[in-house]
Design a protein around this ligand. Structure first.
Ligand code: S3P
Length: 463
């Protein structure tokens, strides 16, 4: 369905973003291999995490919803809390049919790692977008660990077939910084003889490390300084990060978790408020894990003022409220490779902020954006050009010269983050913006996105 956005704003009021997607996937998967009953409060209810829930169910885990059911646009009424009873590391069983991962790269890649260590046959597949996303990055190291794993087009794309079995620990240097690949190897490492050591070129989200450690797994982290890191770009952590995990000699402990709000979903509203006149919003209960909030640093460097209030620790992560006011003048920014993993999912909305900033921004070292749910470099370049913004496209990023955006018809390419980015752009543009497939696309991570947007706009729209 095509969504129309009228210019203006302002955004006013309070908003609680949906629960974190990355933590939700991991909580469901990890609970399914713990020994005993885990309780997950505030699980993200969106297409991607529903794919993970269904996958785990098909693999035989016991899942029970509890508490109140809430209406989720496009998915009916759903429980928000779940009790998952795992039967230990080897408690899953062979699925009777293929596992449909839908649009979810996280479901697919993490399951590759998990299922490589489980002694049965399974097949992972998904929608058109997922089945054209690169899987060799996870298949190659898993095969090195001894997994029998193969996929379409010489092990490149789903469907992926796995016959899990005996694994051995390896030392692996990841060519791309990817939390999904790192997590897949850590999950396989739980089953692999000896130690699995994974070196990431720069730090990426650390939810798997934190959750596995809290469940009793032996996880060690080592940091090294990469030569030249100080000059590479202004805020990249520039460090090498090695994660070591040993085969489990006993079972993983079950856990209780309350999942905080997703910073990546909050990011759209942060920029929406910054670029519209007279806006003032309070975004509540946002997960501020430092491996996720590189985007806040980027906005700060662009001159944005965002107040963090009510900081607390929930289930091991820093959580807070973000107060954002409108009418802020932004200046251009340069971003390089080592900062990219800390804001990978926020880059589409950062491009919108750059389009509203004074000067020419250059965001490079982000080639992986081309293999996300869509080619996000191409999609953002096309949309921004349609809105009259000067854009130079590189293989690994974009240069954007800030200007006055003009309403246009935008193709979301069915990608949730493209749709949400241009919805915010539309508020700061002149004239009407139309987003193709906007309504469908946001179901992946934020089904309530448009109702929440209309609420903050004080609009009575209910489309
Ligand atoms: C994710 C890692 C990132 C991110 C994705 C979620 C995760 O992907 O883009 O939305 O939960 O581990 P990569 O690992 O491919 O960078």
């Amino acid at each position: 369905m095509r969504i129309t956005i009228e210019p203006g704003g302002p955004l006013k009021g309070e908003l609680t973003p949906p629960p974190d997607k990355s933590i939700s996937h991991r909580a469901v998967m990890l609970a399914s291999i713990a020994k005993g009953k885990s309780r997950i409060e505030d699980l993200l209810l969106a297409a991607d995490t529903i794919s993970t829930l269904k996958a785990i169910k098909l693999l035989g885990a016991k899942i029970k919803g509890y508490g109140q059911k809430i209406p989720v646009p496009g998915f009916g009424a759903r429980y928000q809390n779940y009790e998952i009873t795992g039967n230990g590391l080897y408690g899953l069983s062979e699925p009777a049919s293929f596992i449909n991962c839908g649009n979810s790269g996280t479901t697919t890649r993490l399951l590759c790692g998990l299922l490589s260590g489980n002694p049965f046959f399974s097949v992972l597949s998904g929608d058109k977008s997922l089945n054209s996303r690169p899987m060799k990055r996870v298949i190659k190291p898993l095969a090195e660990m001894g997994a029998q794993i193969m996929a379409r087009a010489s092990d490149s794309y789903p469907p992926i077939a796995i016959r899990g079995g005996k694994l051995k620990g390896i030392k692996y240097e990841m060519p791309v910084a990817s939390a999904q690949v790192k997590s897949a190897l850590m999950l396989a490492g739980l089953y692999a003889d000896g130690e699995t050591a994974i070196k990431e070129p720069s730090p990426s989200r650390d939810h798997t490390e934190k959750m596995l450690s809290s469940m009793g797994a032996e996880v060690k982290e080592e940091w090294g300084i990469k030569e030249g890191y100080i000059t590479e770009d202004f805020m990249g952590m520039g460090a090498e990060h090695v994660i070591k995990i040993r085969k489990m000699s006993n079972e993983l402990n079950p856990f209780e978790i309350r999942i905080p709000g997703d910073f990546s979903s909050a990011a759209f509203f942060i920029v929406g408020a910054l670029i519209t006149r007279n806006s003032e919003i309070l975004i509540k209960n946002v997960c501020l894990n430092p491996t996720r909030t590189g985007f806040l640093g980027a906005l700060k460097s662009m001159g944005a003022k965002i107040d963090v209030e009510n900081l607390k620790v929930i289930s091991g992560d820093l959580v807070g409220d973000l107060r954002v006011k409108g009418d802020q003048e932004l200046r251009a920014i340069n971003i390089g490779k080592s900062s990219v993993p800390l804001m990978i999912d926020e880059l589409p909305i950062l491009f919108i902020a750059a389009a509203c900033a004074k000067g020419r921004s250059e965001i490079r070292g982000a080639a992986d954006l081309r293999v996300k749910e869509s080619d996000r470099i191409k999609a953002m370049a096309a949309g921004l050009k349609a809105m009259d913004i000067e854009v130079e496209e590189f293989e690994d990023g974009l240069a954007i010269t800030g200007g006055k955006m003009k309403g246009a018809r935008i193709d979301s390419f069915g990608d949730h983050r493209i749709a949400m980015s241009f919805a915010m752009a539309g508020l700061a543009a002149s004239g009407i913006t139309e987003i193709e497939n906007g309504r469908e696309a946001v179901k992946i991570s934020y089904p309530e996105f448009f109702p929440r947007l209309y609420e903050l706009l004080g609009s009575s729209r209910n489309d």
